[in-house]
Design a protein around this ligand. Structure first.
Ligand SMILES: C[S@@+](CC[C@H](N)C(=O)[O-])C[C@H]1O[C@@H](n2cnc3c(N)ncnc32)[C@H](O)[C@@H]1O
Length: 231
């Protein structure tokens, strides 16, 4: 793992305690609804096996299980600290059908075509090699299975763009300082979006990585994108 990946890993370990609360506050309570929408995009039928990558505290893994009671989920993250919080939440919920594991999205410890689908929320903006990450997810999913990527995106409406920039670049680091006690982590968040491709170019990058039938939907007044492609 390179130095940048290690910094990201350490940062998520540091903010674990207030991570869920910060998500609720920053999104005005919308993030769980977006995860439910992302989960439904898997369009599963029965007892499929799903990989939720960069699962963090597990909220998207829980959303997949809630949407498909027959599904089994492998929830993976490269921060053991944040993963432990997911395990704790699963125990409180009495959730037996999620298996938790530590692993790097850039070198997945699975054979080709292991899973029926893959989800991830707020992963692909954080990886040091986006095409490699996309190829790895496609590799471990069976042909025709869906990969659903939920990520913050660049709003396109001019006036809203300015309001969002003010909120995201100026206010979020202050809120992160107050709630999570870590203004640095919540300055990283907007800066990571600056480097990240907008929704339409991201669709092309997915196609170049071999994904089929790629499409996306925008949520949260254009601040959130869910990209869906097939392996
Ligand atoms: C913003 S959190 C998202 C957590 C969760 N998916 C959610 O919906 O809240 C990003 C997560 O990605 C993980 N992560 C970042 N890069 C990763 C990588 N290369 N491999 C595995 N996990 C990674 C971090 O440890 C962190 O838990």
């Amino acid at each position: 793992m390179n130095e940048q990946s290690k910094r990201v890993q350490a940062m998520f370990s540091r903010i674990t305690r207030r991570y869920d609360l910060m998500n609720r506050v920053m999104t005005g309570g919308r993030d769980q609804a977006w995860r439910r929408i992302a989960a439904r995009e898997l369009a599963l039928k029965g007892n499929e096996l799903i990989l939720d990558l960069a699962t963090g505290t597990g909220d998207l893994a829980f959303a997949v299980r809630a949407a498909y009671p027959g599904a089994r989920v492998v929830a993976m993250d490269f921060s053991e600290t944040i993963l432990r919080e997911g395990v704790r939440k699963a125990r409180l919920r009495g959730e037996p059908n999620i298996v938790w594991g530590v692993g790097d999205a850039l070198a997945l410890p699975f054979a080709d075509a292991t899973f029926d689908g893959c989800t991830n929320a707020f992963l692909i903006r954080n990886v040091v090699d986006l095409p490699l990450c996309l190829r790895e997810m496609r590799r471990v999913v069976k042909p025709g299975g869906r990969i659903v990527c939920m990520e913050i995106t660049h709003p396109q409406t001019p006036i809203f763009k300015q309001a969002f920039a003010l909120y995201f670049y100026k206010l979020v680091p202050i809120i992160g300082g107050i709630i999570a006690g870590d203004p640095q982590a919540y300055s990283y968040l907007p800066n990571s979006l600056t480097r990240f491709p907008p929704a339409e170019p991201l669709k092309r990058i997915m196609q170049e990585a071999g994904y089929r039938n790629v499409r996306y939907r925008l949520l949260g007044m254009g601040t959130m994108a869910i990209h869906i492609g097939e392996a």
